[in-house]
Design a protein around this ligand. Structure first.
Ligand SMILES: [Zn+2]
Ligand SMILES: [Zn+2]
Length: 182
C-alpha cells in the first residue's frame, strides 16, 4: 500500500481516516529487529502482515494475518533452530475518547482485542514487531526432548554422550562397594 525507500526505517503507517468510506487493504513485509522477539532470536526474516481495515461504529476493525520465521537459540542446548509462526489478527481500534464504559467497547470484548488510539493511525511495522514478540516463546526449546548440555564439558548432548564419567553412577558404585561386614 505505502511504498517507502528500501533502505532505512520504513514507516508503514495506515491512516485510519482513509478507511472511513471503504476498507483499506494492506500487504507488507516489514523488517523487524531480532531483539523484538527477545534475546534468543539469532535472526529474523521480514514479517508478513496483510489484511484490511474498515470502519466499525466509532472505530475500526482490523482483520488479517501475520506470520514469519526466525532462527532461535535453544535455552537448553544453545543450538540454533528454525521457528515459524502464523497468526490471525483481529483488532478493534477505538479512539481513546471512547470511554471504556462505552457499550460498544464492552460488546467488543468477546474474541476481539480492543485497542485505543489517540491518533487515527496504525504503524504496521510496529504491529508486526509486537506480534513477532508475542509469537516467539519466552524460553525457546529446539525440541521438548532436548537433552541440553553437559554441565561439566558443555557438549551438546543431542549429538551423543560426551566423555565425562557419569557422576551419579560413580556415587552409586561407591555405595554398592560399601557393605556392612556381617
Ligand atoms: Zn536444544
Ligand atoms: Zn561432558
Amino acid at each position: 500500500m505505502l511504498h517507502g525507500p528500501r533502505k532505512g526505517k520504513r514507516v508503514l503507517r495506515i491512516d485510519l481516516a482513509h478507511a472511513d468510506t471503504e476498507p483499506l487493504e494492506f500487504d507488507e513485509r516489514p523488517v523487524v529487529p531480532p531483539a523484538a522477539g527477545g534475546v534468543d532470536v539469532v535472526s529474523a526474516a521480514p514479517v508478513e502482515i496483510s489484511g484490511r481495515v474498515e470502519q466499525a461504529g466509532k472505530g475500526f476493525l482490523l482483520e488479517g494475518e501475520v506470520g514469519g520465521s526466525a532462527r532461535l537459540r535453544c535455552v537448553r542446548c544453545l543450538g540454533e533452530f528454525d521457528f515459524s509462526f502464523s497468526e490471525r489478527l483481529d483488532l478493534h481500534l477505538l479512539p481513546l475518547a471512547a470511554a471504556p464504559e462505552d457499550d460498544e467497547t464492552r460488546l467488543a470484548r468477546g474474541d476481539l482485542e480492543v485497542r485505543f488510539y489517540t491518533e487515527p493511525q496504525i504503524d504496521l511495522a510496529e504491529l508486526a514487531a509486537e506480534q513477532f514478540g508475542l509469537a516467539v516463546p519466552m524460553k525457546p526449546l529446539c525440541a521438548e526432548s532436548c537433552r541440553g548440555m553437559c554441565p561439566r564439558c558443555g557438549a551438546n548432548l543431542n549429538q551423543g554422550a560426551c566423555s565425562c564419567p557419569p557422576e551419579t553412577d560413580d556415587r552409586l558404585a561407591a555405595l554398592q562397594d560399601w557393605r556392612p561386614s556381617e
